[in-house]
Design a protein around this ligand. Structure first.
Ligand code: ZN
Length: 115
């Protein structure tokens, strides 16, 4: 899932995504990054921009890897949530109702139970 044109700021919360393979730039990927895919992370800094990609450091891996902004999803983005059910969706701990539009979580409580 690409989100070209979205520039992230330091402190933005994103869901990390696997880099797509690009014929010119390759994948720029390490197998060690795989375990962070689908996880929430905070942008800790911008590394730089190539022709089509912007790279960022995130807190999840203590800034070890360079992550492409184009493969990240802003946490608040609900439209992306619908397209990535494996990343999103949680069962309310109180009423057990499943909510597709929230981040995966073990201690999610739905809006009605909270209020
Ligand atoms: Zn509930």
């Amino acid at each position: 899932m690409t989100s070209v044109g979205i520039a992230f700021e330091k402190g933005d919360e994103v869901i990390l995504g696997e880099h797509e393979d690009n014929p010119t730039y390759g994948k720029n990927w390490s197998l060690e990054m795989k375990k962070y895919v689908g996880k929430k992370a905070k942008i800790t800094g911008k590394i730089g921009t190539s022709d089509i990609y912007t790279y960022y450091y995130v807190d999840a891996d203590q800034g070890k890897w360079c992550w492409r902004g184009e493969n990240m999803t802003l946490v608040e983005s609900v439209t992306e949530a619908i397209k990535a059910p494996e990343v999103y969706g949680a069962k309310c701990i109180k009423c057990s109702e499943y909510n597709n539009y929230v981040l995966a979580s073990d201690n999610f409580m739905c809006y009605s139970c909270k209020h």
